[in-house]
Ligand binder design. Structure first.
Ligand code: GLN
Length: 193
């Protein structure tokens, strides 16, 4: 099976781990720099991007992970993870890894719609029930990467899933339901590499 590192400093990492294990993966919880071993893929889970960004620095994992992502390590990033990857955050002064050439807006659905489910088409191939929790969306794709960022999903006129080379960024939480098809897609992407 594939060996997947799951960032485990904060947020919804257990659910990703369970889902990937159910698909035959070996998962390594990344809590400190020395946990970052030979990996076939990486998951950046949902949670709180500001907290995760701070912990990544404090635990000295930031540079190592950024370099691996930039060098092509396949990444599945959900919600706060998407924020960590984005090159720009329209309503926040921070940039974290900045390896995914898109602008995201944090907490983009406002208070009333803090949390909701919606069904939308995923990568033109199946309908997927998406759980959004204080979610971001993708406001824009960087001009420099217009041809290389592939939109995977849109909901209500907003981009909620993208792929750029080795990076998949999703505004929603595919790990919280029983549907494993997006995780399977991620594993196929790794195997195809
Ligand atoms: N609102 C969180 C943030 O800005 C993301 C929420 C989530 O990951 N479910 O980081």
């Amino acid at each position: 099976g594939l060996k997947i590192g799951v960032l485990a400093v904060q947020g919804a990492f257990i659910e990703h781990k369970r889902m990937l294990e159910s698909l035959g993966c070996e998962c390594v919880e990344l809590r400190r720099k020395s946990d970052i071993c030979d990996l076939d893929g990486l998951v950046l889970p949902g949670g709180e991007s500001t907290v995760q960004g701070k912990l990544l620095r404090e635990l000295d994992m930031f540079d190592e992970l950024k370099e691996r992502i930039a060098n092509g390590l396949p990444v599945l990033a959900t919600c706060a993870g998407l924020i960590l990857l984005a090159s720009h955050i329209s309503n926040d002064d921070n940039v974290y890894f900045g390896t995914l050439p898109v602008t995201v807006k944090r907490n983009a659905y406002g208070r009333q719609l803090g949390s909701f489910e919606a069904t939308a088409r995923f990568d033109n191939s199946f309908d997927f029930t998406m759980t959004f929790i204080r979610a971001p969306y993708v406001e824009a794709i960087d001009d420099s990467a217009k041809n290389d960022v592939h939109v995977l999903a849109e909901y209500d006129g907003k981009i909620v899933g993208v792929q750029y080379k080795n990076q998949i960024g999703l505004a929603f939480h595919p790990e919280l339901d029983d549907d494993t098809r997006i995780h399977e897609r991620f594993l196929e992407m790794i195997s195809a590499n």
